[in-house]
Design a protein around this ligand. Structure first.
Ligand code: FO1
Length: 311
């Protein structure tokens, strides 16, 4: 089975890690959101791409989910001592990634090629692709501050502003990265990882597109990032509420509805299964919480079994 997984940061990285433990290298292509990317301190930072790669390489910080394990913070702390901006915590090891990526981007190399080389250096065998080599910036429209660049909203303002909507600046001119359309075309199934629908999966769909949906040749399955009305991590549930939608697995299924064949929801939300099936989606109820590596693998196995048994 050839699978394409669409992923944002921490939640998406956990499921693709599980999938990568089961599927051989040629059977899994991971397309990662780059809408969160930004230039900071003169460096080009790709948070979701790095989170996915560090996780697959076993280099991720297990506490935060982002950044590197066994990290030190000397550079950012000496900068803070000088009065420099330290709200976005870049660790010393992580800085090496940003320095080298920025150097190569400035030399004119595309992000997809740099990512391929970094994956090779980190021992990652599965294909990891940025959604695009072109700049696309997620902008969060807020009540209090108007339009905010994503990391300004997410990290600097701790997701506190009230969300009114989103824009993906640059998407009209952007093309999917080389390999993305080909991987989707060749896929036996596409999985939307349990990432934020608004700011992780939607930007990927905005540039990479998918032929919609139920009944189309390639099955598309989403795993809910909302469990019991709450996001496992991050502001997804808060965003739904502020946009006037009650956060739930059903709301996620409705969000993606026209693209999906199947939907995976947590056992806590089993009472929503019938409503989701009424959207003309096939469903699987399982334990979707991924605390351990074994959990990642188990959920990945469940998702693969679900896909194999879709009608
Ligand atoms: N998230 C935070 O909440 N605070 C940080 O200081 C922070 C730094 C950071 C550095 C590198 C990196 O790759 C990710 C980092 N993140 C940080 C996570 C990141 O902002 C978000 O997880 C994603 O953009 C949302 O998926």
């Amino acid at each position: 089975m050839k699978l394409v997984a669409l992923a944002g940061g921490v939640g998406g990285a956990k499921l693709v890690h599980g999938l990568a433990k089961i599927l051989p290298a040629e059977a899994l292509t991971i397309v990662v959101n780059t809408g969160d990317d930004f230039e900071h301190l003169g460096l080009y930072i790709c948070p979701d791409l790095d989170t996915v790669c560090y996780t697959l390489a076993g280099l991720a910080n297990p506490v935060t989910g982002w950044g590197r394990v066994d990290e030190s913070w000397q550079a950012i702390e000496s900068m803070a001592q000088l009065g420099g901006p330290s709200w976005f915590r870049l660790g010393d090891k992580d800085l090496g990634t940003h320095l080298e990526r920025t150097r190569r981007l400035r030399a004119g190399e595309p992000l997809s090629k740099i990512t391929r080389d970094f994956c090779h250096a980190w021992g990652i065998r599965h294909t990891v692709l940025p959604m695009s080599d072109d700049p696309i910036a997620t902008i969060v429209e807020t009540v209090e501050h108007g339009e905010l660049p994503f990391q300004e909203y997410f990290v600097h303002l701790r997701c506190e502003p009230t969300v009114r909507g989103f824009q993906f600046a640059g998407v009209e001119k952007a093309r999917p990265a080389p390999g993305v359309p080909e991987a989707i075309e060749a896929a036996d199934a596409v999985v939307f990882c349990p990432s934020n629908p608004w700011v992780s999966i939607d930007p990927i769909l905005a540039v990479a597109g998918l032929k919609s949906g139920s009944g189309a040749a390639t099955p598309v399955v989403a795993v809910s990032p909302i469990i019991g009305g709450k996001a496992v991590k991050g502001p997804a549930a808060k965003m739904y509420t502020e946009l006037g939608i009650q956060p739930s697995a059903l709301a996620v299924a409705e969000h993606y509805q026209n693209l999906l064949t199947g939907f995976v929801l947590d056992q806590i939300d089993a009472d929503l299964e019938e409503s989701i099936q009424n959207l003309n989606l096939q469903t699987m109820v399982t334990d979707t919480i991924m605390k351990t590596l074994a959990d990642r693998r188990r959920l990945a196995e469940d998702v693969l079994n679900f896909i194999t048994n879709l009608n």
